[in-house]
Each structure stands twice: as C-alpha cells, then as structure tokens.
Design a protein around this ligand. Structure first.
Ligand code: UDP
Ligand code: MG
Length: 325
C-alpha cells in the first residue's frame, strides 16, 4: 500500500472506444506536469464496442500507469465508479468521465487544493457546452429539488468529477448500498469540501449513455437514498384531502338545509371522486413499493459487481472484498 501511487484516476468506460486514447494522452500530459506518481484505473462496464480491447492495448503500451477492471456485464455508471474506488491505491482518488466532458486539466487545480488541506474538491459546472436545453434544464431542476428535500447539502450543478482524499474514499467505500448516488454519499460523509468551477465540454466522441429513463432512475435513486419525502407525501396528501372533504361536507349540509340548491347531484361527481381517490391511493402504494423494492435489493446482499478480469491488478477471487486494506 505504501508504495502505491499518490494519485489514482478512476474512469468508468461503457462503449467509449473513440475517447480512450485521447483520454489517456491528456491525463498522462496533465499528471506528468503535476510531478506526482499516478495510476489510471479503467473500469470497463461491459462495453460491447471494443472498448475492452482498447483499454487492454493501452495497458500494454503503458503498464506502469494503467490498471484495468473488466466487468462480466454492464452494471451501471455508479457501480463502475465504486469498483474503481475499491481497486484504486492512491492517496487521492479522482473520478472522471471517460468521454472528456470533464477536462483533465482541472486536475492540477484539484491537486493544489488538496495540498492546501481540503479533503474533497468537487468540480462545479459553471457552463455546459453541447448539451441539450432539455438536459440542462432538467438537471438544474433536479439538483434544486434534491437540495430542498434531502437533509444533506449536495452542492448544486456538481457531477462525480472530483478529487477525494484517501480518508474520504474509505468512508464512502464503507457504505455498500446498491442504489448508489455517489455525489450524495460524498456529501454525506462530510470532511473539508470545496468546489472549483469549470466549463463542461461537449463529448469528444460517441453518444450519452444516460437516456431519459436512465436519468430518471438515477434521479430517483438520489431522492430515495437520501430522503423520506416521497413517503411523507402520502401523509400530506391524506391530510389535504381530509381537510378538503371536511369543508365539502359542511358546504353540502349548509346548501341542502338552508337553500333550495341541490349540489353534487348525479353520477359524474361520484365517479370523479372515486377515480381521484383511487389514483392517490395507487400513487402512494407505488411510492411505498419503490422503497420496498430497494429494501429487498439491499437485504439480498448480492455483490455490487462481478469482475471478469483485471490487468495491472491482482484480481482477488472475492472481488470487491479487496477494498479492505
Ligand atoms: N458509464 C458507465 N456505465 C454505464 C453508463 C455510463 O460506465 O452504464 C460511463 C460512461 O462511459 C462515461 C460516464 O459513465 O464515462 C458518464 O456517462 P455519460 O457521458 O454517457 O453521461 P452524461 O455525461 O451524458 O451524463
Ligand atoms: Mg458524458
């Protein structure tokens, strides 16, 4: 452990074949300038486009720096990042996307802040280039919603691009939950955190691996992982509807007793009320179901990921158990 590198860079890779060489070039460039010893940990998250052999070739060309973990199938971005953190040896670990949307040059500023004594340096997206209006708006809304309904303060407009001190990495790795929202977990553990602003660029090559449904699932993992608000929503709705119906009952009694009006006649009103209440109840059940499903997943306690092979790292048979150091 003591002869490990100072800096570990963790890059999750899912079908990023066009980006890998350029990523390696720019990271080598930046890290060699920093004067620190370093390793670049690629986690191949079940790629099907030849990214697997591409990272292997990179390993052959630069075995001193490159480490490869290959998953048995696609396990998802947050799990891939976790595996990279499990295997990283550095005193500081930097998470970076493989598509060069996060410019590696920022790493130099991160290292400076780290040397000043900060334990988490996260990169804040001051500007986003080449992303649709829809993605920018929904992302911005989501971060603000998270901010208002969770009890931890997740910095606004911040992805996973960040440097973490070894202490922070170990703290985050001690949380083995399956539905991972890593930026939230890093906020949760605390420590001295600071942000630096950067411009998020366009992808260098390829397309996003986060279509709308995956984005929604990810957002939902963030919300359920750090908030009971959706569960409480059922209670709030219940109170609101009870209050409304109380008022309606009084109103109908008044109208029937003291006026000649005959309010709420006919089946349509009844039907609408039944459908309305039915849908509120189903919605509440659905929310409970979401939490229940997550509890079921956690209770089964399956490993977070399965490793098929590694390069530059001795794969321990127990896979993720390796984090204990
Ligand atoms: N990624 C991954 N597994 C997945 C989806 C994505 O390892 O199932 C990686 C992907 O290769 C990239 C990073 O996670 O390095 C971020 O994904 P992407 O750029 O598609 O997300 P976006 O930047 O569009 O939000
Ligand atoms: Mg990207």
């Amino acid at each position: 452990m003591d002869d490990g590198p100072v800096i570990s860079i963790v890059a999750p890779v899912y079908n990023e074949v066009g980006n890998l060489q350029e990523l390696h070039r720019r990271i080598s460039d930046v890290l060699d300038r920093s004067g620190e010893t370093w390793e670049l940990v690629f986690v191949d998250d079940g790629s099907t486009d030849g990214s697997g052999s591409a990272v292997r070739e990179l390993y052959d060309s630069d075995p001193g720096h490159i480490r490869v973990i290959s998953f048995a199938r696609n396990f998802g971005h947050q799990i891939a990042v976790t595996a990279g953190m499990d295997y990283a040896q550095g005193q500081a670990v930097i998470l970076i996307d493989a598509d060069l949307q996060d410019p590696p040059e920022i790493i130099l500023d991160m290292i400076v802040k780290w040397r000043e004594g900060y334990e988490v340096i996260y990169a804040v997206r001051a500007k986003r280039e080449g992303e649709s209006w829809f993605k920018r708006t929904t992302a911005s809304l989501f971060y603000r919603l998270m901010f208002s309904i969770t009890d931890i303060s997740i910095p606004l407009d911040t992805g996973d691009f960040r440097l973490m001190d070894r202490k922070v990495v170990n703290a985050v790795l001690s949380m083995r939950e399956r539905h991972r929202f890593i930026r939230g977990m890093v906020s949760w553990v605390g420590y001295r955190q600071t942000g630096i602003e950067y411009t998020r660029h366009e992808r260098y090559s390829g397309v996003t691996k986060y279509p709308l449904n995956r984005m929604l699932r990810f957002a939902w993992d963030g919300i359920t992982g750090f908030s009971y608000f959706p569960l409480q929503l059922a209670t709030y709705l219940g109170f609101a509807i009870a209050a409304l119906s109380g008022i309606a009952i009084l109103l109908v009694i008044y109208l029937r007793a003291f006026t000649s009006a005959k309010p709420l006649e006919g089946q349509a009103t009844t039907l609408i009320m039944v459908l309305f209440l039915g849908s509120v109840q189903l919605l509440s059940l659905g929310i409970i179901g979401e939490y229940l499903g997550r509890i079921y997943n956690e209770v089964r306690g399956r490993p977070l990921y399965i490793v098929r092979e590694t390069y530059g790292i001795d794969a321990s048979p127990e896979g993720e158990q390796r984090r204990s150091r």
